[in-house]
Design a protein around this ligand. Structure first.
Ligand code: PLP
Length: 388
């Protein structure tokens, strides 16, 4: 297999790996790098996995996923997302990441175009190229002032060769969520064109403002060409369990299932049992975490307003991150992140990791405890002070 030179190690992992090694050496690093909830997996979920293992759910099973988990997912989709689907349209995968890979593998053919919006989750481009090395990736950048979509530009590049557009709201790395009006303009545009929509909704449950989550597959006319991707990593702090799912119309599900059978066989049944328990937790269980994300987002805004000659920030609304504009410091995102880590022991992720035009931003994870985050903000202010 020829691996495209565009497929590189993730800078996110490089910086957080460095932070871990520094921590192991006894240096007290504040890690605002990784996108990982900082609370343990709820004990109900762990107990469900233990019980399932003890009861013998340790064997090969249905490649689509256990029917009772898929039924719970169908109910969740109906109630939370207004998406009405049958069991046959839901497949359980090893994380949202594998769902994305399977979807792209099933959809994309040589020379198909895929629209990718930058900045983006760093695995999208490698995943497109792994799925189809001859795919043509049409990257477009969000607007720099408020991370909104340039719909005129999107309309311009949507042509019959475009097989799919990837959407991700709440968004990694900006924390952007689209308002009702923005969704309405976007769905109007997508209704006028005939491409697939891959909607990555992994941060769905982590909206911490009044902006409500929206799933494009809830628009009846878009549902037959929308693939919805979600998972358990972020909402249930299950990043290491590797479980996610995908909802896809019959027209593509057969191919997706073939790929799943020959690549993964199935997701471990005891992990699926645990995921079913996760879906049964009361909705309020995440409130404490969302409150923390909102408080940290506010602390970051205060930090930015303290150093307006260095930083700018468009407020984030959901997900685990904010994307801070550091252009006025004159540093590249790598220089900024390295300086902050080496001199002030705070790890963030360079914006270049999320798209070539975003080297004047850094991603700040909001996941830390509020007092730790506040110390991180003080150190960022000190770093800004040292640049005057
Ligand atoms: N999609 C986005 C936008 C992400 O940020 C991530 C993980 O960081 C994933 C998908 C992958 O999630 P999972 O852990 O379920 O594979």
């Amino acid at each position: 297999m020829i691996i495209s030179s565009q497929i590189q190690d993730s800078l996110e992992l490089r910086f957080s790996g460095l932070a871990c090694r520094m921590n192991a050496r006894g240096e007290k690093i504040i890690s605002l790098g990784l996108g990982e909830p900082d609370f343990p997996t709820p004990k109900e979920i762990i107990e469900a996995a233990n019980n399932a293992m003890l009861s013998g759910m340790t064997r090969y099973s249905n490649p689509m996923g256990l029917p009772d988990l898929r039924e719970a997912i169908c109910n969740k989709l109906l109630h939370d997302n207004k998406i009405a689907v049958l069991l046959q349209n839901v497949i359980v995968t090893t994380g949202a990441k594998m769902a994305l890979s399977l979807a792209l593998g099933a959809l994309i053919e040589p020379r198909d175009e895929v629209i990718n919006i930058l900045p983006c989750y760093p695995s999208y481009i490698p995943q497109i190229l792994i799925a189809e090395p001859q795919a043509v990736i049409r990257n477009i950048d969000m607007k720099r002032d408020d991370f909104s979509l340039d719909l005129a530009l999107l309309e311009k590049i949507l042509n019959p060769k475009v097989k799919a557009v990837i959407l991700n709201y709440p968004h990694n790395p900006t924390g952007k969520m689209l308002t009702e009006d923005e969704w309405s303009a976007l769905t109007d545009l997508l209704l006028r064109h005939n491409c697939w929509i891959i909607s990555d909704e992994i941060y769905e449950k982590l909206s911490f403002t009044e902006i409500a989550h929206f799933s494009p597959a809830s628009v009846l006319a878009l549902a037959p060409r929308t693939i919805t991707i979600n998972g358990f990593s972020k909402a249930f702090s299950m990043t290491g369990w590797r479980i996610g799912y995908m909802v896809a119309p019959d027209s593509i599900m057969k191919k997706i299932c073939l790929l799943q059978q020959h690549m993964n066989t199935n997701v471990a049944p005891f992990i699926q049992a645990a995921a079913k328990t996760a879906l049964s937790l009361p909705k309020e269980y995440l409130n404490f975490f969302k409150t923390k994300l909102a408080s940290n987002a506010k602390l970051l805004e205060e930090c930015v307003s303290f150093a307006p000659s260095c930083f700018r920030l468009y407020p984030c609304s959901g997900g685990l991150f904010a994307f801070m504009d550091i252009s006025q410091t004159g540093l590249t995102s790598d220089e900024f992140s390295s300086g902050l880590l080496e001199r002030y022991s705070v790890a963030v992720t360079p914006g270049i990791n999320f798209g070539p035009a975003w080297d004047d931003h850094v991603r700040v994870s909001l996941c830390a405890d509020t007092d730790v985050f506040a110390t991180g903000m003080q150190r960022i202010k000190d770093f800004a002070g040292s640049m005057k």
